[in-house]
Design a protein around this ligand. Structure first.
Ligand code: ADP
Length: 497
């Protein structure tokens, strides 16, 4: 179905983007064909920058999910991918990366339209997806096994084998990179795949699916079931999958884990966060202000690693907040496709209302809420950048993941106080330490309960760096060599000599 575009949005799109949007393939992709979904649940594709419905699609049903899993199983069992020479898998994945890179301009526009994120950020998403794909393409030939010093009357080896059918359920904030953290290692090691993108952002996954076919990845190796929670629940409970990787909210992650328990499916969960940024009095303050800005305004705060809790030495508090608010005035709020925009809308009306309600409740509870610009008076889902001071530790705005452009600020008195406040969150995804004292940096980093500690920098992602959380932020590490454990199984072979 053709996408309906507001004239001002149409005017911002490249011819290639308009061509693709003429008929985006928004149906289940199973065994190499786009199928007519067997469900009448209709989902809107919405432009968050205007609130306009762009098009609709039918959610994949439980039967569609079962078909997709069966197609992935057949493709795995017959060895069309798992038994290819590793170099051949590497070559196809590199080809896919080249195709993705060649179409980056178009896909970035599609992503900016669908997610609302500024075009420059969408371009970074595509570049990251390409880099992750190339990194894991190289792993196809490098997952070595070992010879084990068993008793000498045996020759014993442990070799890395693919697991089988891997499933992924992904969120709307970084549709392509987060999918690629799962898809790229799964394919590199010879697994087959079923993806369920977020119902709110299906376009870029559809684009990538077409490219998988063009790259020569055999039919049935990559299958996609667009849909919402019910589709995800059917996938998580499917007896035909061997592993499920989930990124999303803690509550849904718990549901996925419960469903997977029924079939003993392996699970990895990358969940919410409420990541602290600790600014000590000896920090390079301009750099810390930059880092705090990047940590909370990027993707309008809809980032699992958003640095949404600023903890700052009491002596610096007022000066730091003033400087931050001054700098925040430079942000340009607008439609993601407008090249001037640096802060886009939130993903949906519901998300905007949820964020607004949390901020209003904080104000009613006595916090000091400051914004630097009114949200544009348009129909998109805009929320102004918001800094909340005079919060009480444990107050909802300080404890809950907001997933919007909202920063809470708490002063601390000394290092112990800073670490105590940082670790008081139920989450443990990321954190940052801003200090020029090398001993302090090491002391504090060691004590922070988080999957990642950034020191004098923020939000650094790279294909080589393992990423994931502790506590309510989940478990399992994506990216880097850590993914080898998740997407391969060790086979022990013992030969009597
Ligand atoms: P958010 O609130 O950030 O959208 P969710 O955790 O609800 O996060 O969504 C993340 C992904 O999980 C999406 O693809 C969504 O469709 C999917 N999902 C939602 N509910 C379920 C469920 N019960 N089982 C499996 N997947 C689900």
């Amino acid at each position: 179905m053709t996408v309906q575009l507001a004239p001002e949005v149409r005017g911002l799109l490249l011819p290639g983007t308009l061509d693709w949007l003429d008929e985006p393939p928004l149906s289940p992709y199973i065994g190499g064909t786009w199928r007519t979904p067997r469900s009448d649940t209709v989902i809107d594709v919405v432009d968050p920058g205007t609130g306009q419905t762009l098009t609709t699609y039918a959610a994949s049903s439980a039967e569609d999910v079962a078909d997709a899993v069966a197609a992935a199983r057949t493709a795995f069992d017959d060895g069309r991918w798992s038994e290819l020479d590793p170099e051949a898998r590497e070559e196809r994945l590199r080809h896919l990366a080249d195709l993705l890179e060649a179409d980056a301009g178009t896909i970035a526009q599609v992503e900016a339209l669908d997610t609302g994120k500024p075009l420059a950020e969408a371009r970074l998403d595509i570049a990251e997806a390409v880099a992750v794909l190339r990194y894991y393409a190289g792993w196809a030939t490098k997952a070595e096994g070992s010879v084990i010093p068993a008793p000498r009357c045996f020759l014993a080896t442990a070799t890395r084998e693919p697991i089988g059918v891997c499933a992924a359920i992904t969120p709307w904030n970084y549709p392509l990179p987060i999918l690629m953290y799962k898809l790229a290692p799964a394919l590199a090691f010879g697994n087959t795949f079923v993806a369920k993108p977020s119902e709110q952002t299906v376009l870029s996954t559809a684009y990538l699916t077409e490219l998988c076919a063009a790259a020569g990845i055999p039919d049935g190796v990559v299958n996609v079931v667009p849909g919402a929670g019910a589709t995800g629940a059917a996938l998580a409970a499917s007896p035909g999958i061997d592993k499920i990787a989930f990124t999303g909210s803690t509550r849904t992650g718990q549901a996925v884990m419960r469903a997977a328990a029924g079939t003993l499916t392996r699970v990895s969960l990358e969940l919410g966060g409420k990541s602290p940024q600790l600014v000590f009095a000896d920090a390079d303050i301009p750099a810390a202000v930059d880092g705090v800005m990047a940590g909370i305004w990027t993707n309008t705060g809809q980032v699992c690693v958003a640095g949404s809790r600023l903890l700052v030495d009491r002596r610096l508090h007022d000066e730091f907040v003033t400087e931050l608010l001054d700098r925040t005035r430079d942000l340009v709020i607008g439609h993601g496709l407008d090249p001037a925009t640096t802060l886009g809308p939130l993903i949906s009306r519901d998300q905007r209302d949820r964020v607004t309600a949390l901020v209003e409740r904080a104000a009613a509870d006595g916090a000091d809420v400051r914004t630097t610009a009114p949200a544009p008076g348009r129909d998109g889902y805009f929320v102004p950048p918001t800094v909340v001071t005079r919060v009480r530790p444990g107050q909802s705005i300080e404890r809950e993941e907001v997933f919007g452009p909202v920063l809470t600020v708490l002063p601390f008195d000394d290092e112990d106080d800073a670490v105590r406040l940082a670790n008081s969150s139920p989450y443990g995804l990321a954190s940052a330490v801003w200090s020029t004292d090398a001993s302090r940096v090491h002391r504090v980093s060691r004590r922070l309960r988080a999957g990642t500690v950034w020191v004098n920098t923020y939000g650094v992602f790279h294909p080589t760096l393992p990423f994931g959380g502790v506590k309510a932020s989940g478990f399992g590490r994506e990216l880097g060599s850590a993914a080898v454990e998740h997407y391969t199984e060790l086979k022990t072979t013992v030969i009597g000599l």
